[in-house]
Ligand binder design. Structure first.
Ligand code: ADP
Ligand code: MG
Ligand code: MG
Length: 252
């Protein structure tokens, strides 16, 4: 059992001349096997939460803590966070010029496990995961994110999830830019990893659509840099009907 605990997290973002306060005391606990949907209007700080946990240099933690099984995540380097079992898929994945998907995956796996994977089983694992995500074998020889379509980026993200076997995954807008078929394949991938490994998931999304395919155990509404309300799946249904107006006009 793994637990990611976010306690009273406060985060500022560095702009040209000032620091702007974005997260204003976030409390959230995610255990193995649980899926927590983080929903909220644009600009409410959802991605900031993901970036702060990932250790992005632009985001400064000004208060609170993030603990993984009691260990201080914020004191860890970015690689250490991955080795500790955190997986952070970013909303806008970067290009890695000249590095093929195949090499990228093997380097990442080696970094996370602390040793290179056994070649024969690794090749089989990669092939199996790619087939499960309905990816063509030639994809492995392309350069990371170079000219990837939205769907290919997301599939590549879930491919990493399948192969790296993290304990807690933070997925930011995994549904954005996907048609229904791609959304299904990607969701099936997340569900497969959940089932096989007991992965805990923080699923950040603006829309309820993906929650038809990945069932959340908990739903949190994020407004103005903090959790405004938490509930079960029925809260997502309410949001689908009512939108976020109720929270915005309440002046939260
Ligand atoms: P969400 O993911 O919920 O749409 P974000 O976390 O992306 O929200 O943004 C929250 C707020 O922080 C917004 O007002 C946004 O403009 C600001 N912000 C986020 N990242 C940056 C950045 N790198 N530079 C300047 N402002 C930022
Ligand atoms: Mg946004
Ligand atoms: Mg965002």
């Amino acid at each position: 059992m793994t637990t990611l605990e976010i306690r009273n997290l406060q985060v500022s973002v560095e702009t040209d001349d000032t620091a702007k306060e974005i997260l204003r005391g976030v409390d959230l606990t995610i255990n193995s096997g649980e899926t927590h949907a983080i929903m909220g209007p644009n600009g409410s700080g959802k991605s900031t939460l993901a970036y702060a946990i990932a250790g992005h240099p632009k985001y400064t933690v000004t208060g609170g803590e993030v603990l993984l099984d009691g260990e201080d995540v914020l004191a860890m380097g970015v690689d250490e966070r991955a080795r500790a079992g955190l997986f952070l898929a970013m909303q806008y994945p970067v290009e890695v010029p000249g590095v093929t998907v195949s090499n990228f995956l093997r380097t990442a796996k080696t970094a996370v496990d602390g040793e290179a994977p056994k070649l024969r089983t690794w090749v089989k694992d990669v092939r199996g995961a790619m087939e499960a995500l309905r990816m063509d074998a030639s994809f492995a020889e392309r350069n990371v994110n170079e000219g990837f379509s939205g769907g290919e980026k997301k599939r590549h993200e879930i491919l990493q999830l399948e192969l790296l076997q993290p304990r807690i995954a933070i997925l930011d807008e995994t549904d954005s830019g996907l048609d229904v078929d791609a959304l299904k394949v990607v969701s099936e991938g997340v569900n497969r990893v959940k089932e096989n490994t007991g992965l805990g998931v923080m699923l950040i999304t603006h829309y309820t659509r993906i929650l038809r395919y990945i069932q959340p155990d908990y739903v949190h509404v994020f407004v103005g840099g903090r959790v405004a309300e938490s509930g079960g799946r029925d809260l997502a249904d309410r949001l689908e009907e009512e939108g976020y107006d109720r929270f915005l006009t309440a002046g939260v």
